[in-house]
Ligand binder design. Structure first.
Ligand SMILES: Nc1nc2c(ncn2[C@@H]2O[C@H](COP(=O)(O)OP(=O)(O)OP(=O)(O)O)[C@@H](O)[C@H]2O)c(=O)[nH]1
Ligand SMILES: [Mg+2]
Length: 233
């Protein structure tokens, strides 16, 4: 899956990706400020998660647009300890809703390890625009709730695609796999090929277009069949 990590400057996006990937990530930065992107790959129960962190300076909008393209989920990071950044967060929230309408999102109410961190209720009260989106108290510094926040998002993402993924599971490895997908999803070949390519890139499928076949990759099978496994811990 492709997950974009966005939010205003200094909210902790880079630190969060560092935490999720145990430091196995790149950050293109100058003086501690991201000027291009963060990138890291994580494995969650066999599912490959490609993380893209955006620059938090307003002027890098084009970079954020490029990084957001095709994302399956959004981690929106806010600084729970800095109420003065809330107005900026609103601008970034509008921006990501514009780039990725309808894409599942969770809010990381970050920096909960700090003494002056606000509770989730207070964060919600101050940032009304977060209504309807899960807000999870976490700390990129200590790792508090980082795993469950990511799992919640992956679960929401899997649910969003559940009707398509159910068909992937049903027709995986079958010689008429592609034809069946076209029939069941009522789609043209081109569209189905687009889906197959999308989820091949995200390491959910192996695709053999010549044979009109695809297979669900072994490590993701259990989650594809039962996404609730992601959050049942
Ligand atoms: N105490 C504490 N500090 C944090 C946490 N997350 C990030 N920080 C600190 O906050 C500062 C900014 O963190 P970054 O991860 O660089 O923030 P960013 O959102 O990537 O910033 P930009 O890329 O400039 O937009 C750094 O000094 C981090 O060490 C946290 O959960 N707790
Ligand atoms: Mg950064």
């Amino acid at each position: 899956m492709k997950i974009v990590v966005t939010g205003p400057r200094a909210s902790g996006k880079s630190r969060l990706i560092h935490n999720i990937t145990n430091g196995a990530c790149i950050n293109i930065e100058r003086g501690g400020v991201t000027i291009a992107m963060d990138h890291g790959v994580a494995d969650v129960d066999g599912m490959t998660v490609f993380l893209f962190g955006t620059p938090g300076l307003l002027r890098f909008r084009t970079m954020r647009k490029i990084l957001s393209s095709g994302a399956d989920g959004i981690i929106f990071v806010v600084d729970s300890s800095d109420a003065e950044a809330d107005a900026r967060a609103k601008l970034f929230f509008r921006e990501i809703a514009f780039f990725l309408p309808g894409v599942p999102c969770v809010v990381a109410a970050n920096k909960q390890d700090l003494e002056n961190a606000r509770s989730v209720d207070k964060v919600r009260e101050s940032m009304k625009f977060l209504a309807g989106v899960p807000v999870i108290p976490c700390s990129a510094e200590t790792g508090l709730n980082v795993d469950s926040m990511l799992r919640t998002l992956l679960y929401l993402t899997m649910m969003q695609w559940s009707s398509v993924f159910a068909k992937f599971a049903e027709y995986s490895g079958r010689s008429d796999g592609m034809k069946r997908l076209m029939q069941d999803l009522k789609m043209e070949r081109e569209q189905v090929v687009g889906y197959l390519r999308r989820f091949e890139l995200r390491k959910i499928l192996d695709v053999s277009l010549g044979d009109e076949q695809f297979t669900v990759r072994e490590p993701v099978k259990p989650i594809l069949e039962n996404p609730a496994l992601l959050i049942r811990r």
